[in-house]
Design a protein around this ligand. Structure first.
Ligand code: TXA
Ligand code: MG
Length: 310
């Protein structure tokens, strides 16, 4: 299959036509690029798993056209509705009891469903014109680094999908925060751009493994092919070591990628995956990632680095 990259406009109508014929397309979101398909069609969703080589035990996030769809897909509590009204459209995924209308392949047969609404204008145009929710995991092969631009999707899925809609680089650069809404508490299943502090304003928050087989919870994920280690004070060990730098100059390293020259954690998150990808493609022996402060979105960045190092 030939994979094309198109800009919004011609690309948008093409994307909608492909979705209508039950095929997956790669779309930009504000977090990372997603591989989207009609969430109501099991066969269309099966093609997502196939293209990504993703195990069927790993459920997909359903991206809604509007908040009105929430109660058609899930059973939102008042707390869940408040979170949706506060943070949508935006980088918060909410895990809720599901409705029967959502196919089992999407939820991996679990009794919960993960939902969000993307804030990306291109994604919004596609999903709203399409008129139905889209199931969309990140547009990478299973276990690999999430793509944050169209070219990254191409290097992950070339020949496996027909179209990548190019909406430019992603603003956040790391995947949405996933929160499981319990009766009176919130369980963060994956840290992300919406921070624990922001969520704590609504209910007590705790971190915990998903009570489900969610490979986002696997220790090794988001992995470059090159070995990666995290150090507080990175020092090169050999002549072909690369540095993923937060504060260090990179002296002595054969290649250095700077996450943020102005020491801004949000900018570091936005650059994380593309910088990791460039180091991974440089033929290095080792990538040494400098530890970042674990505050705000730094929590999510360090979680991704630990998984890349596992
Ligand atoms: O930012 C994002 O969330 C991106 C964009 C494309 O929206 N999507 C994304 O999807 O990161 P994915 O599939 O790569 O990661 C979603 C994670 C997976 O680890 C999956 O196991 C978990 O969400 N998940 C999905 N449904 C779940 C559920 N019902 N309960 C617990 N975890 C769930
Ligand atoms: Mg993913």
């Amino acid at each position: 299959m030939k994979t094309r990259i198109l800009k919004p406009g011609e690309g948008t109508s093409e994307a909608i036509a492909l979705l209508e014929s039950g095929l997956p397309v790669a779309l930009p979101t504000e977090t990372v690029y997603g591989l989207a398909a009609d969430a109501s069609l099991p066969n269309a969703c099966a093609r997502i798993f196939e293209a990504k080589e993703r195990p069927l035990s790993d459920p997909l996030i359903v991206h809604l056209t509007s908040i009105d769809w929430l109660s058609r897909i899930a059973l939102p509590s008042p707390l869940a509705l408040t979170l949706a009204e506060t943070f949508w459209p935006g980088p918060l995924t909410i895990v809720l009891p599901r409705q029967a209308s959502i196919p089992d392949i999407v939820t991996a047969g679990q009794d919960t469903v993960a939902v969000r609404m993307s804030a990306h204008p291109v994604f919004q145009e596609v999903v709203q014109t399409f008129g139905k929710p889209l199931a969309a995991p990140s547009a990478n092969r299973f276990g690999r680094i999430s793509p944050t631009c169209a070219a990254n999707v191409m290097s992950e899925l070339e020949g496996r999908i027909a179209l990548i809609l190019d909406g430019g680089p992603c603003t956040h650069g790391i995947e949405s925060t996933i929160v499981h809404v319990l009766e009176d508490r919130l369980q963060i299943l994956r840290p992300g751009p919406i921070t624990e502090d922001e969520l704590r304003a609504f209910a007590p928050v705790f971190h915990g493994p998903a009570g489900v087989a969610a490979p986002g919870g696997l220790k090794s994920h988001y992995a470059p092919r090159t070995k990666l280690v995290i150090e507080q004070q990175p020092m090169p060990r050999g002549p072909r070591d690369g540095l993923l730098s937060w504060l260090q100059s990179g002296e002595g390293f054969s290649q250095t990628e700077f996450l943020s020259r102005s020491n801004d954690l949000r900018e570091a998150a936005a650059n994380l995956y593309s910088a990791m990808r460039r180091l991974d493609e440089a033929g290095l022996d080792l990538i040494i990632a400098e530890a970042l402060p674990e505050s705000g979105i730094g929590v999510a960045i360090m979680e991704r680095l630990r998984k890349a190092a596992a």
